[in-house]
Design a protein around this ligand. Structure first.
Ligand SMILES: C[S@@+](CC[C@H](N)C(=O)[O-])C[C@H]1O[C@@H](n2cnc3c(N)ncnc32)[C@H](O)[C@@H]1O
Length: 448
């Protein structure tokens, strides 16, 4: 039989995870036959890279990806191997390769996060995993303020010491610092943030940031990561104990929508009253500082925080002076204070400020204060009266007063877009194995 020999595939690309243990047979074979090997210096040094292979040390990720593109584009069936730490599909190189159109074969090793929790002897299906690797440290810090069990992927300059300095002394936590897991300098130490802030640490490392009172052994759930969002919000006023709340449920609903609290955010609740707005923000996963000048009110906030089983730091003092000591917030709720407080909050807020006031004469001053700090301002008047007869504990329909909600947003503050439509890249076609047609008798319901 004659005919042209089959075309070699244009290239092959495999990504091997490395965790310090010897490569599995399949991964070793791929490496032996590689023409181009790309990886971090420590991986290339630790693995049997074949003599004939060209190596590219992955320092500058973009440059390394360009090399991979060029080798793939040569169209000569080149075998390319990328070596990366842990599970390369988890905060790793697989995403960038897919973004460039590659369809790599991935052979993962154990993720550094799985290994770190194993070293600590802790379950981690309830842990929040955040990355400060090439990203803002503040989001990781806020996640650690709000959650009892967080694993932080670090980077030089955003490591255990920097994390500890940001958390100390307001946020008591235990750090389990896991250095060079699986490598020659592996070390796992448990320290308090004060100590973590002054010690030298080796890269790479993962830090488990644990609230010892709440993280061990952790809650048993049905979903990995932090608990899903709250089952409801704009809670009844009575959820914040006896006595009136400053911001009633319906007004709070709009305030929460405009604050947009979420994991990684820091929210200030200024003039916290019973803590109702701050507590609701914490239920969404945000870190919160409640600012109150009155000690009895601070005590009420603490009581409510405990009752709702969330984390809210309480800062007793008078705004605006007390705000100087706080880290910059993503969003601020101002339930009390004049225009100078609104202005001080607006000057620090990264995303939005929401002001609730009962006095119509205060709306203009609040709007001016927000605009003075370059926020786009909006204001509405809300009157929510019970439409059914009140029971003994109900709200008096005659007494319901209108509230004014004034809010300001910083333009372009949130690239992920909270309500602006996000332009979607054209979806790349993904091939999945066809599923067999279901047997109609065995389908318990259909969702057409
Ligand atoms: C880009 S992320 C890659 C994570 C990796 N895909 C994984 O599953 O472990 C890089 C970060 O992972 C963590 N890391 C990776 N290898 C590690 C190791 N051997 N020991 C401790 N931390 C490690 C460090 O926080 C490092 O800065």
């Amino acid at each position: 039989m004659s005919g042209a020999p089959p075309e070699p595939p244009p290239y092959s690309l495999a990504v091997l995870g490395h965790d310090g243990t010897p490569l599995a047979a399949e991964a070793r074979e791929l490496l032996e036959r590689a023409a181009l090997v790309v990886g971090g210096a420590r991986h290339l040094a630790a693995l049997p890279v074949p003599d004939g292979a060209r190596t590219v040390v992955m320092g500058d990720v973009r440059a390394a990806l360009d090399e991979i593109d060029a080798a793939a584009g040569a169209g000569d069936g080149r075998r390319i191997v990328v070596v990366a730490s842990g599970d390369p599909g988890f905060f790793g190189i697989v995403r960038a390769l897919r973004e460039r159109g590659h369809r790599p074969r991935v052979l993962p090793a154990l993720s550094s996060v799985a290994r770190a929790f194993a070293r600590a002897g802790l379950p981690w299906d309830d842990a929040l995993v955040v990355s400060a690797h090439g990203r803002e440290l503040r989001r990781a810090v806020n996640a650690c303020r709000a959650h009892p069990k967080v694993a932080v992927l670090t980077a030089p300059g955003a490591g255990p010491a920097e994390l500890a300095r940001a958390l100390f002394p307001q946020t008591p936590r235990t750090f389990v610092v896991c250095e060079d897991l699986g490598g020659p300098r592996e070390r796992v130490v448990t320290v308090r943030p004060a100590e973590a802030s002054t010690r030298p640490w080796h890269d790479p490392n993962v830090v488990l940031v644990l609230d010892p009172r709440r993280a061990v052994p952790g809650e048993r759930g049905w979903i990995a990561g932090p608990r899903p969002g709250p089952g409801g919000w704009a809670l009844p006023d009575a959820a914040f104990g006896p006595g009136p709340v400053g911001t009633t449920a319906e007004v709070r609903a709009l305030a929460l929508a405009r604050l947009g609290p979420r994991i990684g955010d820091l929210v200030w609740d200024v003039g916290a009253g019973a803590g109702e707005v701050g507590i609701e923000c914490a239920r969404f996963g945000a870190a919160v500082v409640a600012v109150e000048r009155d000690e009895a009110a601070c005590e009420r906030v603490r009581r409510n925080v405990r009752a709702h089983r969330v984390k809210v730091a309480v800062s007793r003092g008078t705004a605006p002076a007390v705000l100087d000591h706080l880290p910059d917030p993503d969003a601020v709720f101002v339930g009390g204070g004049g225009p100078e407080v609104v202005r001080a909050c607006a000057s620090r807020a990264l995303r939005s400020v929401v002001v609730v006031t009962a006095g119509p004469d205060r709306v203009r001053a609040a709007v001016d204060a927000l605009r003075g700090e370059a926020l786009t301002a909006h204001a509405v008047r809300i009157q929510a009266d019970p439409a059914l007869p009140a029971g003994p504990a109900g709200r008096d329909p005659e007494g319901a007063a209108a509230a004014f909600v004034v809010w300001g947003e910083r333009d372009g503050a949130d690239p992920s877009g909270r309500w602006a439509p996000v332009p979607q890249p054209e979806a790349a076609a993904v091939t999945v194995a066809a599923l067999p047609d279901p047997d109609p008798d065995s389908v318990p319901w259909d969702d057409r």
